[in-house]
Design a protein around this ligand. Structure first.
Ligand code: BDP
Length: 684
């Protein structure tokens, strides 16, 4: 096995008991009129594929229930079988993308009913998940609605086939400055995404350069439309990232000023072309005035003026503008601490609350800096009650081991989602902001940078598939636990032998903590090699303009972001959170150096000094990374050899590189402060 099928491998069910239980359902009932719908066709194709794979024989597809039991699919109000099995009291609770799965006592059929065809597709994937994780299907009574509205992935793919921050090969979307003709691979990606609940995708990098700028032109639109067709069949809306300077770069205008009528007209024409090609197009994703990308600042306009101009162009088609808040000065000076990069998103956007049009969504990174292994939650999330927001995560492991190290990120995302912002008093958790309920937002949800490429197994590191799967599942329902999500993924990918499942589960659950231990202590980030961001370089960014510092000197380390003596970043937090971070006494250890500059001898809540904590975590982290390799080795005869070997190779590399992290960081701090390790371990 190479891992290409990922969690949709539908392996043959080994236990004869389970097979006995499932076999009677190897028949599909769908009324003829429904079969013309492309999404229903995709759902049936998937169900056939899954049942055949797991049960060893292809199911028959019938248009009535004359033979039961069976799996019956249908839309409420248009199928007697479905309406007979699902009471109105139940079906009325189902939203646009939701579904019901029930075992009907009378006929013994499993019925999947929904309001729309995409609900049926999600219901089919749910049923297949039940079967492929070995669940009992007697007496099913399930009602699901997604908690979050927008559940999006962002591809950072470039038309030349490269992927910004991609660690799994080349793009599956582009080659040689063209959109690929290998649409099968894109279809398989759409299946993976839909099976985990994703409903939107932007198909090009947020840094939109020369050729990518042209995706909105008639030259490229027919090919973009072909890709949109594929995603449409899986309930996934297509978006494009656009270049704010497009009117200048491809429109022949002399300005991109958002208040200029010719510019507005130009974008209206673009929208009209795009919607002519793709009537259900999602909208535009925009990175503006960030990291040298163009934007409204050039013309003395603010982000609201910039975003609203695009929103106006998309409005007639119900399109939306997703405007990123990753805006900071990347030409700042480390001597001027008031320009603290952590403050930037909030400082730029908070004053604009209420000024954005209805169809604008702000996309805010989960932390204030940039997807580090440990950061506080961005204080901008929820701080603009009159503005739509989505949270942005990074599935691709730019700062978390680049898919050469294992780092299961769902626990990190859950910590963010469970964080209480206190913005509307206690219980104002991030998950309630991004599901739209706290502020009653018109649009809300999740976005994340994808981690796939054309490597056979999609994600380079096979175990990184769990992050893609887990992201979708969490976007569907943030109440799922990290363990539950991991366990589903493991069972679907490796089968259900319980001690094997346990072993892989523990490995995944340990991985984030281990990565953090040998890399970034106490909330200090960015000790990575500049540009590519892999591997340790403690001072790689220390004296650069990018604003990511730790201020380590001979006496102490950490960034003073307090109101009292530092950058004042702490004031962006509400109530109790401000107090907790502002005070050394209450600031949690794992974020201490993010908020405070302290002497190496400062004693943590754990009872250790900062310097001893650095030494201990780095020794232990590297040791535990080596243990991951050894733990995996023991599973060799428990799974497909090819799959085992792939992961074994990566874990061996991780164990080696963890030693380098350990030594570089321990040595650096030892030489800075001259304080010896209490345990006398070897520091070079
Ligand atoms: C950073 C990446 C950079 C992206 C940027 C962004 O290093 O490549 O362009 O984020 O989110 O993490 O725009």
């Amino acid at each position: 096995g190479d891992g290409y099928q990922a969690w949709l491998g539908y392996r043959r069910i080994p236990s004869s008991d389970l097979r006995e239980q499932y076999l009677p359902y190897n028949r599909i009932m769908i009324e003829e009129h429904a079969e013309r719908d492309v999404i229903i066709q995709a759902a049936i194709a998937e169900l056939i594929r899954g049942l055949e794979g797991m049960l060893g024989q292809a199911p028959a597809v019938l248009s009535s229930c004359e033979q039961s039991p069976c799996v019956a699919l249908g839309i409420f109000g248009s199928s007697a079988v479905i309406d007979g099995a699902i009471q109105e009291g139940t079906s009325s609770k189902v939203c646009e993308e939701g579904y019901v799965i029930r075992t009907d006592n009378l006929t013994g059929c499993i019925v999947i009913g929904a309001v729309s065809s995409v609900g049926i597709l999600y219901g089919v994937f749910h049923l297949l998940r039940l079967l492929s994780t070995g669940a009992d299907v007697d007496g099913l009574d399930i009602l699901e609605n997604p908690v979050n509205q927008l559940r999006m992935v962002n591809q950072w793919d470039n038309i030349d086939g490269s992927i910004e921050r991609g660690y799994a090969g080349k793009s599956i979307f582009y080659a040689d400055n063209k959109i690929t003709s290998d649409l099968e691979r894109i279809r398989d990606y759409a299946r993976l995404l839909a099976s985990s609940g994703i409903n939107a995708i932007s198909m090009n990098n947020v840094n939109v350069h020369k050729y990518e700028t042209m995706l909105i032109t008639p030259e490229y639109l027919p090919d973009v439309a072909r890709v949109a067709d594929i995603f449409r069949a899986y309930g996934i809306k297509l978006f494009l990232s656009v270049n704010y300077a497009s009117p200048l770069e491809i429109g022949g205008l002399t300005t991109a000023d958002p208040l200029e009528p010719t510019v507005r007209e130009w974008w209206r024409n673009v929208a009209s072309d795009v919607y002519a090609a793709i009537p259900d197009f999602g909208g535009f994703l925009v990175k503006a005035d960030s990291e040298n990308r163009p934007g409204p600042f050039t013309y003395g306009r603010n982000h609201a003026e910039g975003a609203n101009m695009l929103a106006e162009a998309l409005e007639p088609y119900s399109g939306i503008v997703i405007w990123r808040c990753f805006v900071y000065n990347c030409k700042q000076d480390w001597r001027d601490r008031k320009t603290d990069r952590a403050r930037a998103a909030y400082d730029h956007f908070k004053p604009l609350d209420g000024q954005f049009k209805e169809n604008v969504i702000l996309q805010v990174k989960n932390g204030p800096i940039d997807f580090q292994v440990r950061e506080p939650v961005s204080p901008l999330i929820g701080a603009m009650p009159a503005t739509n927001q989505v949270i942005e995560f990074q599935i691709t492991q730019e700062y978390t081991g680049q898919q050469r190290h294992v780092c299961y990120l769902v626990p990190q995302w859950k910590e963010v989602l469970d964080f209480d912002t206190h913005i509307k008093g206690e219980g104002s958790t991030v998950k309630r902001i991004v599901d739209g309920s706290l502020h009653g937002s018109r649009y809300s949800g999740f976005a994340a940078v994808s981690n796939i490429g054309d490597d056979a197994n999609w994600t380079g590191h096979l175990l990184a598939q769990a992050n893609l799967y887990g992201y979708g599942r969490l976007a569907w329902n943030p109440e799922l636990s990290s363990e539950q999500i991991a366990e589903e993924w493991i069972r679907m990918s490796f089968g259900g032998e319980s001690d094997l499942v346990d072993a892989i589960l523990r490995l995944l659950m340990d991985s984030w903590g281990i990565y953090e231990a040998y890399t970034a202590p106490l909330g200090v980030g960015f000790m990575v090699s500049p540009n590519h961001h892999y591997g340790p370089d403690v001072e790689g960014y220390e004296y650069s303009m990018w604003g990511t510092y730790h201020f380590a000197d001979w006496q102490g380390v950490g960034v003073d972001r307090t109101q009292a003596t530092g950058t004042g970043y702490t004031t962006q937090y509400t109530g109790a959170n401000f107090d907790v971070y502002e005070s050394l006494d209450t600031c949690p250890d794992n974020l201490l150096l993010f908020f405070h500059h302290v002497p190496y001898t400062h004693v943590l809540h754990s009872g250790k000094t900062v310097i001893q904590h650095i030494y201990d975590t780095h020794f232990e982290g590297a040791e535990r990374a080596a243990e991951l390799r050894d733990r995996w080795a023991k599973l060799a005869d428990r799974m497909d050899e090819g799959l085992h070997q792939q992961v074994a190779d990566r874990l061996a590399e991780q164990a080696e590189h963890a030693k380098e992290w350990r030594d570089r960081i321990n040595t650096y701090f030892y030489r800075r402060c001259g304080i010896a390790d209490e345990q006398g371990r070897e520091i070079y």
